[in-house]
Design a protein around this ligand. Structure first.
Ligand SMILES: Nc1nc2c(c(=O)[nH]1)N[C@H]1C(S)=C(S)[C@@H](COP(=O)(O)O)O[C@H]1N2
Ligand SMILES: [Mo]
Length: 235
């Protein structure tokens, strides 16, 4: 876990402040800026002079550094069958505007691409280019209530994960539908998977079907976490 994550988490714990209000920079669509403007004003005033570091982007790699063969398919059960035309991404929980998005609607949002290292705890890593929509774009559309602290991700294969909201809203956390410039292969999580340079591989759910925004975690935190793996799993 990097120092900056630790500091941010401690800060959020002490201040009790919703991280939604603290995120600046990156993925700056009008929808997102409106949302942050709405939520942040009273809260930011409350923090007064406390200086908060906006989430810094993780340095990326060059196209020439992509390792096309290095990403090992790592699936705990089997690859689920998802009909693209029937697929919906549900965003619910403590939000003002629950969403049920088709793939066409998601592909209409701005496409962001990044070249990052995927790190699996089983001892391998791969430099991969991911293309997709910034998760914060979608979260902004759902208009989370100010006390939201976590997101649950449900996958079509029964996998589940939960993330802290600061990591969810990190500018390099994507819902990816492209890998190395091609449509995302089904084994890698099509139609939509998480991809972010700030979390270990097992946090990066494939075949995401539902995102629930909540203020508290339940006893179930994640498929591997519930078997003893670290929950934050930052890198
Ligand atoms: N739905 C789902 N997501 C998942 C997994 C899984 O089994 N099911 N495995 C995780 C693990 S441990 C890793 S390392 C990465 C692997 O991604 P890849 O199969 O695209 O290489 O997916 C993660 N996301
Ligand atoms: Mo992994």
């Amino acid at each position: 876990m990097s120092l900056i994550h630790l500091k941010r988490r401690q800060f959020l714990q002490v201040s009790g402040l919703s991280a939604v209000s603290l995120l600046l920079g990156g993925c700056g669509t009008p929808a997102f800026e409106d949302l942050v403007g709405q939520l942040s004003e009273p809260l930011n005033r409350k923090v007064g002079k406390l200086i908060f570091n906006p989430q810094k982007p993780v340095p990326e790699f060059y196209l020439s550094e992509i390792e096309p063969e290095a990403l090992i398919v790592n699936t705990f059960r089997s690859t689920p069958i998802i009909e693209p035309e029937n697929y919906r991404l549900i965003v619910d929980g403590e939000v003002n505007n629950p969403l049920s998005l088709t793939l066409a609607e998601i592909y209409n949002l701005p496409l962001t691409s990044m070249i990052i290292r995927h790190v699996c705890v089983e001892g391998w890593a791969a430099i991969v280019q991911w293309g997709g929509v910034c998760l914060r774009e979608i979260i902004a559309l759902a208009q989370p209530k100010a006390n939201v602290q976590y997101a649950y991700f449900k996958s079509a294969d029964g996998y589940y994960e939960s993330w802290d909201i600061a990591s969810v809203l990190h500018p390099q956390t994507l819902l990816a539908y492209e890998k190395n410039g091609e449509p995302l292969p089904i084994d890698n999580g099509a139609p939509l998977r998480l991809a972010a340079p700030i979390k270990l591989g097992y946090k990066q759910s494939k075949w995401v079907t539902k995102i629930s925004l909540v203020s508290n975690l339940s006893q179930f935190k994640g498929y591997w976490e519930d078997q003893g793996y670290d929950w934050f799993a930052g890198i």
